[in-house]
Design a protein around this ligand. Structure first.
Ligand code: AMP
Length: 248
């Protein structure tokens, strides 16, 4: 069985991003870029499934600019077998990404597609669900545990009420939550080895995917800075402060 893992190139989660002064977007020039953290977790899970003999091949896929090769090479250094870059300099919406991934899924016929539950740049949390719908296959989102047995994946999901365990028929789409695993660190020899692994670059235009009507972002604005907190020494002081603010 093949496992396809979607890796999105995003601004590293440690970088404090700035909105451009004219509100036209976020200034990302020169910022450190990384694999979306949830996607790294998705890849780690795919690699563990392969190491447990539940899969033969792990393919990492990214839709993004030429520079997204860096994130795919990191994925290869973690242990993926090959990579596909669908090259596009334009940002793609979740529905567009799902349509592109669906085209690759039809070509590769994986038994499992793993994605992050959301990309930390757009926080959309849509692509996995849309891919499952386009593909006509089951989905298990927000996974904190995955077990494969035969033609079934048993997935524990993090939901508002606690943990929910569901069984889905394969092929299926699973999206990873934070507590699924801790991704491995990449070692230098693996980085060297990854340079020789296949990375297939396909221009987006060649895929023949129809872009959905674009949602236009009108303006970006940074959140209001938070006021500094107020420290109290005693419970009485706390009660007085809360009463003054009308909370009690
Ligand atoms: P989103 O729906 O945008 O929050 O993204 C959910 C997940 O879809 C991400 O965690 C990725 O696994 C995948 N994804 C979205 N956009 C891309 C992209 N441009 N390239 C690769 N994977 C993507």
């Amino acid at each position: 069985m093949k496992i396809l893992v979607a890796l999105k190139r995003v601004v590293d989660y440690n970088v404090r991003i700035q909105v451009k002064p004219d509100g036209s977007g976020v200034a990302v020039e020169g910022a450190k870029m990384s694999i979306n953290p949830f996607d790294e977790i998705a890849l780690e899970e795919a690699l563990r499934l392969k190491e447990a003999d539940k899969a033969e091949e792990v393919i990492v896929v990214s839709i993004g600019p030429e520079a997204a090769q860096q994130q795919l090479r990191t994925g290869l250094a973690m242990g993926a077998d090959r990579a596909i870059l669908v090259q596009s300099d334009e940002a793609v919406s979740p529905l567009h990404a799902a349509r592109i991934l669906h085209t690759l899924v039809q070509a590769e016929q994986p038994g499992l597609v793993l994605l992050g539950k959301q990309a930390i740049d757009d926080d959309s949390n849509q692509t996995g669900q849309m891919l499952a719908a386009l593909w006509g296959r089951p989905q298990a989102t927000f996974a904190s545990k995955v077990a494969l047995e035969g033609e079934t994946a048993t997935v524990t999901r993090e939901v508002d009420a606690g943990l929910e365990t569901i069984a889905v028929d394969l092929p299926a789409v699973i999206t990873s939550d934070l507590r699924l695993n801790e991704p491995r660190f990449v070692k230098l020899p693996d980085i060297m080895k990854a340079k020789r692994k296949p990375l297939d670059i396909r221009p987006l235009e060649e895929l023949g995917v129809t872009p959905p009507p674009a949602c236009q972002i009108v303006r970006w604005r940074a959140p209001e800075p938070r006021q500094a907190g107020h420290k109290v020494e005693t419970v009485d002081e706390l009660l007085t402060a809360l009463k003054e603010r009308g909370v009690l």
